[in-house]
Write a protein that binds this ligand. Structure first.
Ligand code: HEC
Length: 277
């Protein structure tokens, strides 16, 4: 980690402690306008929640599933069935995060799709398919406004770890069997009904995403506790010589650390607009 990164992470940690743990209630200024009622563009919210989700997905795929498969942990589509001693596949992890998010107040939607999906219900069609074709070429996020849904952001879902490629190529239902590392395998799609968001709504929504990730990981840990031989849950990450799983606190600390820089840049680069409502 270079020095700028360390400083950025440090600033973010202090800021998030302040913002999430000890922020005083908003005060009214002389004009009766809520102090801090600044507006943030939805693109910045999408960038921040996507960074959190991407960090969780990569850490889960590389450090849990990737290492776990080598030491006897199993992952599958039927992981939640009572007698199956498995954990959720990375794509199912994302779907579970989306489900947890649905139970929370922010109206933030999350989907994962592809033009060559293992699961046909993840196939992009119509307008989404067109946008995805562009995304595959540019590999850059695309923001759009949709009359029905509101605001939509699509981020490339890149084969960032070997298990992504290996598992998809070997899967019986995969229509494509020559995926390579760094291919755009699909797109993470976020929706939100509004284009401008108050800063407290922004932070609440971001926090709901972190909470949903934590709840999803906790569901996996809970499942492993029902195994005939439960995997020890400790402060450590699994390795060839260490058959353990990190607890939710350790997992989340790593997710927050890996996404902190992107999240901070979103806040720092905001050109605040006064709330004129
Ligand atoms: C151990 C197997 C496995 C691994 C590892 C894995 N996937 Fe998948 N992936 C699946 C399965 C199975 C589905 C279909 C899940 C469902 O029913 O929605 C899926 C779904 C997806 C989808 C949605 C489209 C589709 O194929 O249905 C994308 C995009 C995707 N995976 C990308 C990735 C990426 C990127 C990685 C690595 C970060 C990854 N996958 C790792 C098995 C895997």
């Amino acid at each position: 980690m270079n020095r700028t990164k360390i400083i950025l992470v440090g600033i973010f940690t202090c800021m998030s402690v302040y913002l999430f743990a000890s922020a005083p209630p908003p005060l009214n200024d002389q004009n009766g306008v809520r102090a801090g009622a600044r507006m943030v563009e939805v693109e910045k919210l999408f960038n921040a929640v996507n960074a959190a989700n991407e960090a969780a997905r990569t850490i889960y795929t590389k450090r849990i599933v990737g290492v776990g498969l080598k030491i006897g942990f199993k992952y599958g589509e039927d992981w939640a069935e009572p007698n199956v001693e498995e954990g959720p596949l990375p794509a199912l992890f994302l779907r579970l995060v989306a489900q947890q998010l649905e139970t929370k107040p922010p109206r933030l939607g999350l989907y994962l799709g592809s033009d060559e999906p293992i699961n046909k219900s993840n196939l992009f069609t119509g307008e989404q398919a067109k946008v995805f074709t562009t995304l595959k070429q540019t590999r850059a996020p695309i923001f759009k406004q949709d009359e029905m849904i509101g605001y939509v952001a699509m981020y490339p879902d890149i084969a960032g770890a070997q298990p992504c490629v290996a598992c998809h190529n070997d899967h019986l239902d995969s229509p494509k069997t020559d995926w390579e590392l760094n291919d755009v395998m699909g797109a993470t799609t976020w929706t939100y009904p509004k284009g401008l968001i108050g800063s407290s709504e922004y932070l609440e929504t971001l926090d709901a995403v972190f909470q949903s990730i934590e709840e999803t990981y906790a569901l996996y840990l809970e499942k492993t506790e029902s195994f005939q031989q439960p995997i020890p849950i400790t402060d450590e990450w699994p390795s060839k010589t260490n058959v353990v799983l990190p607890n939710a606190k350790i997992f989340m600390a790593e997710v927050r650390r890996a996404s902190a820089e992107t999240i901070l840049i979103q806040l720092a680069s905001n050109q605040p607009k006064e709330d004129v409502q």
